[in-house]
Design a protein around this ligand. Sequence first.
Ligand code: ADP
Length: 783
Amino acid sequence: MHTAREIREEIEARFGFFPPFFAPAEDDARVLENLWRQSLLAYVDNPLPALFREKLFAWLSRYCAVPYCIVCHSCALRPMGMRASEVLALLESLPPPHGAIDETLSRLEANHEGLVDWPAPGSALEEDLFRWSVFLFVHQARAERCRERVRRLLGPVRYDHLIVFLAYVKTCLLWVETHPELSYEADRRAQEHLGPLLQEEPRLRAFFAGYTERVRQEREAREREEREAARAGERAEALSRTLSRRTEALRESEAQLRLALESAALGTWDFNPLTGELRWDARCDALFGLPMGAPVDYPTFLASIVLEDRERVETSVARTLAPGGDGEYREEFRIQRFQDGMERWIASRGQCFFDEQGHAVRFIGTVADVTERRRAEDNLRFLAQASVVLATSLDYEDTLRRVATLVVPVLADWCGVDVVDEQGRVHRLINVHRDPEKMRLSEELHRRYPIQSDASSGVPRVLRTGEPELIPEVTDEGLVRYARDAEHLRLMRELGLRSYLTVALRSRGRVLGALTLVRAETGRRYGQEELRLAEDLARRAAVSVDNALLYREAQKAIGLREGFLQVAAHELRTPVTALKLNVQTLVAGARRGEAWSERTVSRLTGLERGVGRLGVLVDELLDVSRITSGRLVLRPEELDLAELVREVAGRFRPEAERAGCILHVRVPGPVVSRWDRLRLEQVLSNLLSNALKYGAGQPVEVALSTSGERVHLQVRDEGIGIEPAVQARIFERFERAVSDRHYGGLGLGLWITREIVTAMGGTLHVESVPGQGATFMVALPRG
Ligand code: ADP
């Protein structure tokens, strides 16, 4: 342990004078020794370059309120070669701003792996080290994070010397401030150099005089800056928290969007109009029938669009990309899928983005398969169109032809309509084919191999059961099984059937016909959807056909009724005219007081006949309304039919005579049962008067016979007879097979007769050879 005196001598020996700095410590040797040892080790003997040390000391002294340090260390710089202006510039330089230190360090690290030698005095590198040292001194806490980097750069030894030096400066500043009485005037360095320095740079005086205020301002400015930085930091942190929340939300909404895209089966695409690059996702690949991840560009996309739609899409895309528009894109078009050639409907939506110059820079969007929707719409349109077409005709064959023409080629390549004729034969009514050559072939097929009505499948089965039949895929084995012979097979193969369906045309519980749709060349196969559509169409068509049939029947009924009214008017007028004439003559004769002569009697007989005839006509008309309204009432009574036949035939003798007919009556003994007398008389009268009318001049025979429980009544003539084709028809209301000019009549007699016989549980038939006569046969049950 040295005495204060010994230490003072050591200091004087070292500096050549005793700096006033140590004076306050002289009272306590331990304090003095401590200060001196620190000064010696950290400052005087510190291996850091002396100029660097001094400059740093001078600059850092600005943080001491007592001017001793700043003046003495500035003065120390002069003998080291710094000019007064340089000293002022050094002292005036500001502490490195916040943030500059990172820049300084990056520069240090970029250029120097680790310093071998201390950088040259005044070099940029030394300048950086200086700034960093200042930073460490001023912002001790914040220098923490870069301490390790500087240590690596300087190497541990040099680094430690620097730290020791900075710590020493701190000690000095604290020491001096604790002893404000310390005066630089007493220091040799000031005594020797302050005068010349101030002379050289007078502004130094002002600097030394006001530096504490300046430093205070600097500190305040720095604190402000730090507060702002802190606030900015807080803001940045808040912002980053918000951002990360938003990013999270975005990620979530992205996930939701992906989910939405997937559940909506939307594919997404991204087109760069500048480079022409087109990117799309795996769903787009699937929609367009491309292998996943296959290269795709705009021309590939265009090539997939069917020819009819391509130009429209191209124009729409060009319009979307054109500057000045709203960039919105929306199209629906058909594509032909690359892998299987299937036609699909695609709906695409997109948005184009433009840069400030209005150039399209990005065009993104989605695609979705809307085939089902489009087909449903097409089907609805088709059915609406069909309804219009079906409503335009009341001719049933014409209606069916219209249906078939509507179906080909939209729904089928070939369409046939089959109906069952009166003989129960299946008959192809309509046959429409898109290809005239195939049309000829199919007609040949039908001519040579007519549909077999009893076939267990196909059209006959549909006509029988009303159930539809769908064969999605017609195989060659199927054709072989179905073919009746080699030629049949050849024709069917040549027709190239691929898929077919048959549905019944059904109305009011009746099957009117069958509609068959066939696909040949075109690729699509029939499925449930087409079957439903065909059934829908068939329902509408059947109603139209039924209407047409009803209309035809109504037309026929109207025609018949009109004919009947004409005939009836004529029939009624003839006897009325004759009656009028006879009555007038009789009245005139009576006025003249003439006696009743033979002629008068004959006139009166004529009158009676005419009145009788009128009575019959009126009765017939009354019967029509009775029968059609179901008011025909039978009043059975016990009677002998043989007797009744003889009686009625007797009444017809005069008429037979007039007609030139010999009337033969062949009846057995009594045939007794309970029948309606008047109605049986009416039956016999109708048949007899027809026989006399249409068999005039020839014999007429009435015969009665019995067999078991049945009674047979026959009326046979040898007159004009009836054509076989009309034999069924003559029993219908108003139906006649002769001309009105030659034979009078209302066409009601046979109809009324059959209605009466049927009501009695019997039957009425005719057998006739034209030109040779007719036999009408009534069979009646007894009682
Ligand atoms: P109308 O004799 O008043 O015409 P009908 O109903 O009695 O009416 O007979 C219907 C049609 O049947 C006749 O118009 C005629 O063409 C034919 N017909 C009926 N009876 C005979 C018959 N005996 N011979 C030939 N044709 C007949």
